[in-house]
Design a protein around this ligand. Structure first.
Ligand code: OAD
Length: 260
């Protein structure tokens, strides 16, 4: 495995027909969205693992919605960064492509990504717990907490919580991409939450060239063919040999989150 800046990736990308990318919270960190396991991942005294569960929602839907309302307000002020835009540019050049993201912030689509599987759902969709209908909801801050469906049932964020199954069709597409791609790029994930964490291993077992970009080593690092340590927004555009598509200036220095 080479950790040097000289990447074999660009030549491989020119020849590849099938490319897949897996992203995690780190790809949005430079946009100001807090990661899950970083020290900035706390809200009040709660950890994400304590609030992102069906039990927490049953116990106190108002508290869980207050947290999501805070996250939605925060994300609403954030813009895609050069890493999001580099991944969107990569998609435009790849005949077959799938972006598998664990992020619920919607910033990849905002950057122009189209072939996207949002494995853990999306903050901007809500689902009625009674009639199961999903709808887009962009209201931030919410007027009523917890919000209700027109049928009177409670609305919940349409995201996957701890202990819940991932959407079967999304999971199928993610595994299919991992099994069939020639290049598998992994960006900004701690690679500890299953089943997403197993996708790079599956890709490698099926012959893909696996490249990781992360601030620091992860459990995946020893599996990857190349592992690049640093900020995704700085590394990715160079690594991919892409001129990032111009976008609004983003708060590149990693620091305090965008203010809600
Ligand atoms: P984590 O918070 O676990 O990990 C973020 C990763 O991004 C870490 O490995 C950081 O080193 C890295 N990182 C931070 N800033 C970076 C930057 N600027 N450039 C590159 N890398 C950077 O987030 P995830 O791996 O996404 O699940 O977490 C996976 C899942 O666990 C989440 O989707 C969520 C969470 O619990 C659910 O909510 C179901």
């Amino acid at each position: 495995m080479s950790r040097s800046g000289a990447s074999k990736l660009q030549g491989r990308l020119r020849r590849a027909r099938r490319v897949a990318v897996l992203t995690g919270a780190g790809v949005s960190a430079e946009s100001g969205v807090p990661t899950f396991r970083g020290t900035d991942g706390l809200w009040r005294q709660y950890r994400a693992e304590d609030l992102a569960t069906p039990e927490a929602f049953r116990r106190d839907p108002g508290l869980v919605w207050e947290w999501y309302d805070w996250r939605r307000q925060l994300v609403a002020t954030c813009q895609p960064n050069p890493a999001h835009r580099a991944i969107a540019a990569l998609e435009r050049d790849a005949p077959e492509f799938l972006l598998i993201t664990q992020n619920v912030d919607g910033l990849h689509r905002k950057a122009g990504s189209v072939r996207v599987v949002e494995l853990h759902g999306n903050l901007w969709r809500v689902r009625c717990v009674r009639d199961e209908r999903t709808t887009e909801n962009l209201e931030a801050p919410l007027q009523d907490i917890p919000p209700r469906c027109t049928c009177g049932g409670l609305l919940r964020p349409d995201v996957v919580w701890f202990g819940e199954a991932l959407p079967a069709e999304d999971l199928r597409r993610a595994f299919e991409a991992a099994e069939s791609c020639e290049i598998f790029l992994v960006v900004g994930t701690s690679a500890v939450v299953q089943p997403a964490a197993s996708l790079p291993m599956i890709a490698r077992e099926h012959g893909a060239y696996v490249v990781e970009v992360n601030l620091e080593p992860t459990p995946l690092t020893s599996t990857a063919h190349e592992s690049h340590h640093g900020k995704a927004g700085e590394i990715l555009p160079h690594l991919l040999g892409l001129t990032p598509v111009p976008g609004p200036p983003s708060p590149v220095p990693q620091g305090p989150p965008c203010s809600p």
